[in-house]
Write a protein that binds this ligand. Structure first.
Ligand code: GAP
Length: 502
């Protein structure tokens, strides 16, 4: 083991460094950058697309390939507009919203509690998203102004008939006068099918992949003859016209979801909810997310979506703090019942044991590919002082990604650009790339090439030197330990397979 000194706490990383590395090394570029970019849309570059595909492949393997009770689906992005009436998105995504210009958070006015505090001849309006945060806002004000008497507790929607919005503080960041007037806002992107842009032709870009699964419940169940409990999994693009954006690929207007709708018998739903929360935590940590970077946060009653009986967020410690990486929800029979009602088609399941038709309950683990990408990058990033070949020390940046997630699994590095070394190195590269994504890099010194591969997270480097021409042996160098071992070329494939784990 080569001794290194970490120069920061692993898992704690400055966002600017990540964004800069992602751009510099070809992971992520701002979309349409030569035109100045388009807010909160991103393009994944040559390494980014490899890494994103690895995340999706790992999810599919665990959720579909290795299970008997889950099958896959790839539904269309454009769906009949009535799908979104049934799901509640047309009505539910059209709430009046206020934005905070300071902290960029967005609130439904009827979900914000406000109260007037009267002190001396003056008064102030404070707010909170629940009773507890309103009480904390009182306390903060108390330290500034001393004692006060309390006015009536209202929600922001009610209060706005008596008080101007610029007198009220933001429930999240406490800034006075930072909230905008309420505006009706629907998060769904709209477009038109066919040549005429009229109301009758209006369709939406799906804001979640889940509905494609629900409307295909009967198709999938009858063609696969799956018995409860069983799941339908899907990975695909979703679109939301987010007002509050930012934090790199955390909140995008176009993003990818990995969703499973797991159909269970009513009454077994609580147990399956617990099973899926644990399974999803295990999946993230099994791929290298540090346990201390992940936590499970159950939603309070007031926070639950209209369809949910229980929801737990898997939160990741991003560079700016804890935020949702994945949600696991008990959606009950809401979606199937709604689609049955709106389509007129009975979406039920015949329970042979009980000899009756039932509407299954649904447990939904729903994760974001882009948020997963950012979480893996964040947790993998390390900066450390490492020894150089000349016996000095230098700063080394490495992405200690799990081999399954790393975009490039190995790099073949010839010590010279001269023949016949190049022919041998090319031969090694050709044999390895049949199995994995493998780079060939012959530019600059070997030390710089190692650092380049460390920085993109390549777990193994294979160095071909002049001695290799004589003994047909090469050196394998491990990214994390920087340890090197020499071995015959004929043993390379099994040796890499053992080290990578696949
Ligand atoms: N079908 C349930 C559903 O869509 P959600 O919590 O709104 O639930 C699920 O989204 C996941 O999709 C989130 O946990 C997050 O990872 C991802 N996601 C949601 N909105 C996103 C956005 N604007 N940008 C990137 N990822 C997003």
């Amino acid at each position: 083991m080569i001794l290194t000194t970490k120069v920061h706490q692993p898992g704690i990383v400055d966002m600017e460094k990540l964004v800069s590395l992602a751009k510099r090394r070809g992971f992520v570029f701002p979309s349409s950058e030569i035109y100045g970019g388009l807010g909160s849309t991103w393009d994944y570059g040559p390494l980014g697309v490899l890494m994103k595909n690895n995340i999706k492949a790992a999810w599919w393997r665990a959720m579909v390939q290795e299970r008997d009770d889950v099958v896959g689906l790839d539904a269309a992005i454009l769906m009949h507009p009535r799908v979104w009436e049934a799901s509640g998105h047309v009505a539910g995504f059209a709430d009046p919203l206020v934005d905070c210009k300071a902290c960029k958070q967005r609130f439904r006015p009827d979900h914000v509690l406000v109260q007037e505090l009267v002190f001396g001849g003056a008064s102030a309006w404070v707010s909170g998203i629940d009773a507890e945060s309103l009480r904390k806002a009182h306390q903060r004000r108390m330290t500034k102004t001393g004692t006060f008497s309390l006015g009536q507790e209202l929600n922001l929607h009610e209060a706005l008939s008596d008080v101007a919005i610029d007198q009220i503080s933001c429930p999240a960041c406490d800034t006075v006068g930072s909230l905008t007037e309420p505006r009706m806002f629907n998060l769904m992107f709209k477009t038109f099918v066919g040549p005429v842009e009229e109301e009758a032709a209006r369709v939406y870009l799906r804001p979640e992949t889940a509905q494609g699964i629900f409307v295909n419940f009967e198709n999938v169940q009858t063609t696969t003859r799956k018995k409860l409990p069983f799941g339908i999994a899907q990975i695909g693009k979703a679109f939301r016209n987010e007002i509050t954006t930012g934090n790199f690929v955390f909140r995008c207007r176009e993003f990818e979801q990995m969703e499973l709708e797991y159909f269970v018998k009513p009454g077994t739903d609580d147990e399956w909810f617990r099973i899926w929360v644990k399974a999803r935590v295990d999946w993230w940590t099994g791929l290298g997310i540090r346990p201390e970077s992940l936590r499970v946060r159950p939603h309070g009653k007031e926070e639950l979506s209209h369809y949910s009986k229980a929801t737990s967020d898997l939160e990741f410690r991003f560079a700016w703090g804890w935020a949702e990486l994945e949600g696991v929800a008990n959606r009950t029979d809401f979606d199937l019942t709604q689609h049955a009602k709106h389509s007129g088609k009975g979406l039920s399941y015949f329970d042979e044991e009980k000899n009756e038709s039932i509407v299954p309950y649904v447990i939904e683990p729903s994760g974001g590919v882009d948020r997963g990408f950012l979480a893996f990058l964040t947790d993998a990033y390390v900066e450390e002082m490492a020894p150089t070949g000349e016996g000095k020390e230098e700063l080394r940046v490495a992405l200690q990604l799990h081999p399954a997630i790393a975009p490039v699994k190995a790099a073949v590095l010839p010590l010279s650009r001269k023949e016949p070394l190049v022919a041998l190195a090319r031969e090694v590269h050709a044999s390895l790339r049949k199995h994995w994504s493998v780079q060939y890099d012959d530019a600059q010194s070997i030390g710089r090439r190692y650092r380049r591969q460390d920085e993109i997270g390549t777990p193994l480097c294979v160095t071909v030197d002049f001695q290799s021409l004589e003994d047909r042996q090469v050196t394998i160098r491990d990214r994390d330990t920087m340890k090197q071992v020499r071995m015959p070329i004929v043993e390379l494939v099994p040796a890499l397979r053992e080290r990578l784990g696949f």
